[in-house]
Design a protein around this ligand. Structure first.
Ligand SMILES: Nc1ncnc2c1ncn2[C@@H]1O[C@H](COP(=O)(O)OP(=O)(O)OP(=O)(O)O)[C@@H](O)[C@H]1O
Length: 383
C-alpha cells in the first residue's frame, strides 16, 4: 500500500573533527501517497541524506518523519516497508537474474510459485524476460540496473527510494529506462522518491519536484509550475536547459514611469511592480522565449560565439554588448555562425524580474502556456 510521507522540520547535522555540518536544514515537506517525487539540486545540497532518512539509514538530528499517520523517525530500515536502489548496481554475482530479482521475496518467505509470478511480471515491464536465466556478468550496465529495479519493485514496497539509479547509463538507455520506471510506477501502488542531478529526469517523470539549496527547500512544485513560476533566480537558473539568461539592470525613472535599463535596452515596467528607484534588479529571460528579429517590445543584440544544432532547433551561445553571457534557442538561427550579431527581442510577459535578494518579484510567464512549441526546446525539459 502506497503511503504519504511527511517531513516536519527535519534536520541532519554531521559532526566531524569537532565541526558541525548541517546537511539538511529544517526541511518540512508533504509527499502525497502514490506520487512520484523527485529531489534535485547541486552536489552536496542534501538529497541523498534526505533519502537515507526516509529509508531509516540515517536518523534526523531533530524533526520527525512520518509515513501516513505513523511516526517512523526512529524505526530501523527493516521495520519500514521501503525498498531502495542505489547508483552503484549491487547484484549478487553468483545468482541468476531470476534469483537476484526474487532474493528479497525469498528472505521474506514468499513461496516459490508466487515469487516466480511476480518476477515474471517485473521482467516483462522492464523488458528483461530473455535475461532471467543469465548471470549478472552476462548483462550490460543498463540490463543490470533493470534487474536491480526489478528486485526493488517486486517487493511491493510502500515507498520506493531511487538514488540516481541511471547516472552510470548512456543517454539512450536513460531515456528507455525513464519510460520503464514510469510504467512500473503506474502499475504498482507505491510512493516513489527519486534523487537525481539530472533535471530532464526530474521534469519528465515527476508529479512534484523538490529543489534543495544548501540543505534547505528552495521550491517544491509540479514540474511545469516550477518552470513557469520559479520563486527565485536560483530556481529559474537551475530548472530549464539551457539555463535562464540573467541580465543586470538598473531601475530608473523614465517618462513618468519606471524602466529597467540593461546593456543596450530599456524596458518599461507596468505600474505596481515593487522595485526600488535607483536600485538594481536582475532580468531573467529563458532562451526559448526569445524571438529572432524585432517582433518583441524589448530588443537586444547578441554577439554569436558558438552554435549547436539540436535537430529542429539550434542553440546560440553568445554575449550582450557588456559581455553578459546570453543564449538563444530558436528554429530560425540555423545559419548563424560565430562572429555574427543576432538581433533578438522579447516581451516583458516572457521574462522574470528578480529583486536584490534573488526573490522573483515579477513573473512574466503568463504567455508561456499559450506557446505551441515546447517551452524548453529540443534536448531540454518538457514540463
Ligand atoms: N556521513 C557523513 N559525514 C559527514 N558529512 C556528510 C555525511 N554524509 C553527507 N555529508 C555531507 O552532507 C552534505 C549533503 O550530502 P548529500 O550526500 O546529502 O548531498 P547530495 O545532494 O546527495 O550530493 P550528491 O548529489 O553529490 O550526491 C554534503 O556536504 C556532504 O559532504
Amino acid at each position: 500500500m502506497a503511503t504519504s510521507i511527511h517531513l516536519d522540520t527535519v534536520r541532519k547535522e554531521f559532526r566531524t573533527l569537532g565541526n558541525t555540518h548541517v546537511a539538511v536544514d529544517d526541511l518540512s515537506l508533504d509527499i502525497p501517497e502514490g506520487s512520484f517525487t523527485t529531489f534535485v539540486g547541486p552536489s552536496g545540497c542534501g538529497k541523498t541524506t534526505t533519502l537515507r532518512m526516509l529509508a531509516g539509514l540515517e536518523t534526523p538530528t531533530s524533526g520527525t518523519v512520518s509515513f501516513g499517520d505513523e511516526d517512523v523517525t526512529d524505526l530501523p530500515p527493516q521495520e519500514r516497508n521501503v525498498s531502495m536502489v542505489f547508483q552503484s548496481i549491487a547484484l549478487y554475482p553468483h545468482m541468476s537474474v531470476r534469483e537476484n530479482i526474487g532474493y528479497g521475496l525469498k528472505i521474506h518467505g514468499v513461496p516459490k510459485a508466487e515469487r516466480d509470478e511476480r518476477i515474471d511480471e517485473a521482467a516483462e515491464v522492464l523488458q528483461i524476460e530473455a535475461q532471467l536465466e543469465k548471470m549478472p556478468a552476462e548483462l550490460s550496465g543498463g540490463q543490470q540496473q533493470r534487474v536491480a529495479l526489478g528486485g526493488a519493485f517486486v517487493q511491493d514496497p510502500d515507498v520506493l527510494l531511487l538514488d540516481e539509479p541511471m547516472s552510470d547509463l548512456d543517454a539512450k538507455l536513460k531515456s528507455d529506462l525513464r519510460v520503464e520506471i514510469q510504467r512500473l510506477h503506474q502499475e504498482l501502488d507505491t510512493t516513489v522518491v527519486y534523487v537525481t542531478h539530472d533535471q530532464t529526469e526530474a521534469m519528465t517523470m515527476s508529479d512534484q519536484v523538490v529543489l534543495l539549496r544548501d540543505g534547505e527547500l528552495a521550491q517544491v512544485d509540479p514540474p511545469k509550475q516550477l518552470f513557469d513560476y520559479p520563486n527565485s533566480e536560483y530556481v529559474a537558473q537551475f530548472i530549464g536547459m539551457p539555463s535562464t539568461n540573467v541580465v543586470d539592470c538598473a531601475v530608473e525613472e523614465r517618462d513618468g514611469g519606471t524602466a529597467l535599463v540593461g546593456p543596450g535596452f530599456a524596458l518599461s515596467l507596468p505600474a505596481g511592480v515593487d522595485v526600488s528607484p535607483a536600485g538594481r534588479v536582475r532580468l531573467g529571460i529563458r532562451p526559448q522565449y526569445l524571438d529572432v528579429g524585432s517582433a518583441g517590445a524589448c530588443r537586444l543584440s547578441v554577439d554569436v560565439e558558438v552554435v549547436e544544432t539540436l535537430g529542429t532547433e539550434s542553440v546560440v551561445h553568445g554575449r550582450l554588448e557588456d559581455g553578459t553571457p546570453f543564449d538563444v534557442v530558436s528554429d530560425a538561427v540555423d545559419d548563424a555562425v560565430a562572429g555574427d550579431r543576432l538581433d533578438v527581442s522579447f516581451d516583458l510577459a516572457d521574462a522574470f524580474v528578480f529583486g536584490e535578494d534573488g526573490e522573483t518579484i515579477l513573473f512574466g510567464s503568463e504567455r508561456a502556456g499559450e506557446r505551441s512549441s515546447s517551452p524548453a526546446g529540443a534536448g531540454g525539459v518538457t514540463p
